[in-house]
Write a protein that binds this ligand. Structure first.
Ligand code: FE
Length: 337
């Protein structure tokens, strides 16, 4: 009996070694765009490393990695939003990666010691052209102005996109100013927060609200849609790049890092480096109508081109991460549910 158990243990150990030797990368990804297929196939072609992909919702994947603990097969975790990447860091899931290539390719404000941004998205103001003037909504601060009473729609204050925006406001203006902004927003709500960014854009177009916040890729997706009802939505609204006269428009990121328990660490670093290459950057960003994190890479995306150039806030992503807890506390105090 004892002997059988020992044999089983040896077999398990042997299997683990085989797993580590195999040219394989286990990727946990919260991204699921068709263009990503070409991206992964190209990596395998270049390196001979096969990718096993586990896809899931952002928070579920993070939970799964936590539950798997030391036995997790995950090598790399890709997700969206600095808040979620920061959470993975705080849980101690990421391993520090030192790579000259990543350091030279990814701008310093878009990386930390253990996770890297590979694309950026901006949080813009979308307004109803018949109900609001562009000059009334030039800044995030404007959304808290009493003249917009009953006109502001929003998704939940607990959502990472709003938490990261709030974190940037805390970083730039301090907590008291951030709290009065949150209170002003709440006082202006047309309805209790619900739905995602696309729902807010549709509600703005329908006149249920005059103004809302949205990530740019949701705007671009509607702009590129072939459905007449989507184009009608975009006819009714216009977009403002907030805070162009000061810090620039808040940007968030999608990115990833290598896990501390990664069985294939060499392959993991290779994969992260690959994602910073010119071709991969173009695919990675454009697959979701985003911008490459690496500077100087041209993306031919008609919707992003139509939205035009803008000044982006270059606050380090690490600062967005640092203020997440404070951001949630302020939203809670302000009643921004
Ligand atoms: Fe999103």
């Amino acid at each position: 009996m004892k002997y059988a158990r020992l044999t089983a243990a040896l077999m398990l150990a042997a299997a683990a070694i085989a797993q580590a030797d195999e040219k394989v990368l286990n990727l946990y990804s919260a991204r699921h765009y068709q263009t990503d297929e070409a991206l992964y196939a190209d990596f395998t072609k270049q390196t001979g490393i096969r990718i096993n992909r586990i896809e899931g919702k952002e928070d579920e994947l993070l939970e799964r990695i936590r539950n798997e603990g030391a036995n997790s097969p995950a090598d790399v975790f890709l997700t969206v939003d600095a808040a979620r990447l920061a959470k993975a860091h705080e849980l101690g899931l990421f391993a520090p990666v030192s790579s000259k290539l990543l350091e030279s390719r990814i701008p310093a404000n878009l990386r930390t010691d253990d996770w890297f941004s590979f694309s950026t998205r901006a949080r813009v103001i979308v307004y109803n052209k018949a109900a609001v003037k562009a000059d009334e909504v030039r800044t995030y601060q404007d959304l808290a102005n009493p003249r917009l009473k009953g006109k502001v729609c929003s998704r939940s204050g607990s959502h990472p996109y709003n938490l990261s925006l709030m974190a940037s406001i805390i970083a730039h203006q301090g907590e008291p100013a951030a709290e009065s902004w949150a209170r002003g927003m709440v006082a202006n709500f047309a309805r209790a927060p619900k739905g995602g960014d696309t729902d807010q854009i549709k509600a703005v177009a329908a006149g249920e609200c005059g103004v809302a916040l949205s990530n740019t890729y949701y705007v671009a997706r509607l702009m590129r849609s072939t459905k007449p009802e989507d184009l009608k939505v975009m006819d009714a609204v216009a977009v403002v790049w907030p805070d162009q006269a000061t810090y620039g428009t808040h940007i968030n990121v999608s990115g990833g890092g290598m896990l501390k328990t990664a069985p294939h660490k060499e392959a993991a670093v290779k994969f992260l480096e690959y994602l910073a290459s010119d071709d991969a950057q173009r695919y990675f960003a454009d697959g979701n109508n985003e911008w490459p994190a690496v500077a100087g890479i041209k993306v031919a995306n008609p919707a992003l081109e139509k939205l035009g150039p803008f000044k982006a806030d270059n606050l380090p992503v690490g600062s967005l991460a640092m203020y997440q807890v404070k951001a949630q506390m302020i939203f809670d105090r302000a009643g921004f549910k």
